[in-house]
Design a protein around this ligand. Structure first.
Ligand code: HEC
Ligand code: HEC
Length: 330
């Protein structure tokens, strides 16, 4: 972080320098206006290892656990040690072994960098939706999951820069962009023995998030066909999505249709009413997954929905994506 920070400053200084030099002799085109201090403050969110840039506020490990469960665990695992998705905990002390495990706990050299990353990028894809207090809290919680701070730790402007990360001294200076002497700043050698035999993908996103994010696969295929100026032959579009058979077939198969229909209330709500209610709701997928899996009562009336164990996780993700898309007929 330190290093890239410096590169960014260097590049920025060079650009600014050029801009200023030009402005001095250039005619005034009366275009645009200077950014206000408030606008600049909105962009100026970087946090340095010494804590410069940290906003006012604070958050405890206990509060962070709640934020984490609501906004992070689906992708990063209940205890941050998810093998399937991107782990945030574990691997401390493993970096120099044959099986290094790189997590924010094992690799970062400053706890403030963890705050900075979460504050600017998470929770995916709704970055910047957390308050500073929530970011402090969830940062404290992730540090606690890594056994770096105790359970009663409270993160704030003073405490976070003082945290000693396990890899604090593990970073090496690297000249990088600022000093390349006309040569590339990276190198690689062809492997001649004991080479890796296969490449394994070690992290991914839960399919329900991916499905929701890029829309229906069928629609994507159609877009490509248009780009190739070739309409897909009739019937060539798959009746399945990444999640398996299409949702309309699945709700038959698992008996949801006994209580639900797309456009009218039977025992349970019409799926289109569910879609309307959850339009723009950030946690729609997680909320509905919980309701269908665990059963639900009192949300739409007094009749309960029993827990639905039938669909696999991937199938349920597909069904919920379809419901949220307004339960289209196809
Ligand atoms: C929809 C899935 C999703 C959710 C929800 C999510 N993340 Fe992430 N997270 C990701 C992905 C994907 C990456 C990797 C991004 C990249 O490398 O560009 C990531 C990376 C991270 C990293 C950096 C990991 C590393 O090893 O460098 C941290 C820290 C993190 N997330 C914290 C959080 C926190 C805290 C929350 C909840 C407030 C959260 N994430 C919610 C998907 C998610
Ligand atoms: C025995 C009847 C019954 C069956 C079978 C049933 N549901 Fe429901 N469902 C309901 C009722 C009743 C509600 C409203 C519950 C409430 O008020 O909280 C509901 C609510 C829902 C909701 C909205 C939840 C919310 O929080 O707003 C969704 C989504 C849903 N069902 C999907 C399904 C799916 C998918 C299946 C099949 C795997 C299914 N249901 C099977 C009766 C049923």
């Amino acid at each position: 972080m330190c290093r890239s920070e410096r590169i960014r400053c260097a590049v920025f200084a060079a650009l600014c320098g050029a801009g200023l030099a030009q402005a001095a002799g250039a005619p005034d085109y009366r275009l645009g206006r200077a950014a206000t201090a408030q606008e600049i403050a909105g962009w100026d969110i970087d946090v340095r290892p010494d804590g410069a840039g940290l906003p006012p506020g604070s958050g405890s490990v206990a509060d962070g656990e709640k934020v984490y469960e609501a906004h992070c665990s689906a992708c990063h695992g209940t205890f941050g040690d998810s093998n399937e998705y991107i782990a945030l905990a574990g691997g401390v002390g493993s970096l120099k072994t044959d099986a290094p495990v790189r997590t924010v706990g094992s690799k970062l050299n400053a706890a403030t960098t963890l705050f900075d990353y979460i504050n600017r990028a998470m929770p995916f894809p709704h970055s910047k939706s957390l308050t500073p207090g929530e970011v402090y809290a969830v940062t404290a919680y992730v540090l606690n999951l890594n056994d770096i701070v105790p359970a009663d730790f409270v993160a704030d402007r003073a405490s976070l820069p003082a945290v000693k990360m396990p890899n604090r001294d593990g970073y090496e200076p690297f000249p990088g962009l600022s000093k390349v002497d006309g040569k590339p700043d990276t190198h690689n050698r062809a492997c001649m023995h004991d080479c890796e035999k296969s490449v394994a993908v070690t992290g991914s996103l839960p399919p329900n998030f991916v499905a929701g994010m890029y829309g229906s696969l069928d629609d994507n295929f159609r877009g490509l066909a248009t780009m190739n100026e070739q309409a897909p032959p009739a019937g060539a579009l798959p009746a399945t999505t990444a999640a398996g058979p299409a949702a309309p077939a699945l709700i038959q198969k698992y008996g949801c249709v006994a209580c639900h229909s797309a456009d009218r209330k039977i025992v349970g709500p019409a799926f289109r009413d569910v879609a309307a209610k959850f339009k723009g709701h950030a946690d729609a997928v997680a909320t509905l997954t919980r309701a269908v899996r665990g059963g639900s009562t009192g949300v739409w009336g007094s009749v309960p929905m029993p827990p639905q164990a039938g669909p696999t996780d991937a199938e349920l993700a597909g069904i919920i994506e379809w419901i949220l898309a307004g339960a289209p007929d196809k």
